[in-house]
Design a binder for this molecule. Sequence first.
Ligand code: 5RP
Length: 262
Amino acid sequence: MTGELSPIDKAKFVAAKRAADFVEDGMRVGLGTGSTAAWLVRCLGEMVREEGLKFRGVPTSTRTAELAREVGIEVISLDEAKWLDITIDGADEFDGDLNLIKGGGGALLQEKIVATASDQMVVIADVGKEVETLGAFPLPVEVIPFGWQTTQALIEETLISMDVLGRNATLRMNGDAPFMTDEGNHILDLHLQRIGNPRQLALVLNQMPGVVENGLFIDICDTVVIGYGDGRVELRDINEGTIEQDRLDFVESDNLFTDLAD
Ligand SMILES: O=C(CO)[C@H](O)[C@H](O)COP(=O)(O)O
């Protein structure tokens, strides 16, 4: 990476760096997927190498597993861990109830399994991810390849019957081929604009044959660490609201940040 990082990357970095402090010796930690989660993995790797932090990580994707091993984190499977102390992951949107849209990176299935198997889920996000109502970000739905067009039609019909604003579901592509998840499935992105009742929509989607999982995370996240481009971080707790506001002096002091920016 060369040159100065953008304000969004700085915001992601400070959120990840603050959240890394949640990890303590002996913990089993779910490691999320995406660019913000990648900062977290790099920060944790640095803590392993330089401070002797000892923990085991359960990655939510092959990408995260590769990065975690690269930076020196001990990687185990979810079945080896059985239960996790904490999962730290990014999000595409979060609302005032800390409900989320996830899956922009296509890892929503593993992410939901891992987060649900954790004592607490901490989301790391730049402030641009905060919304009043979920839905401006297209909602990812993981579907099995068999009959995916039939599943797409069923989803669209159901959205019409639910009177949801936007109704089209598009197949996510990777170049000329359909995007494939780690589990060999496809992703349909639902362009909804606004999700009035995310809890109901999540339940309805998961009842359809062909749907494996949807990207709505309802009542799963406990805390959001919000990063700002000027180094400020805010911790928001599901029960207590804002519990911490701080500023990380990352530009001058952070080796990892300046190493990566150079
Ligand atoms: O859900 C995810 C991957 O499936 C990511 O956490 C989400 O897309 C946020 O990504 P980023 O940190 O790159 O903005």
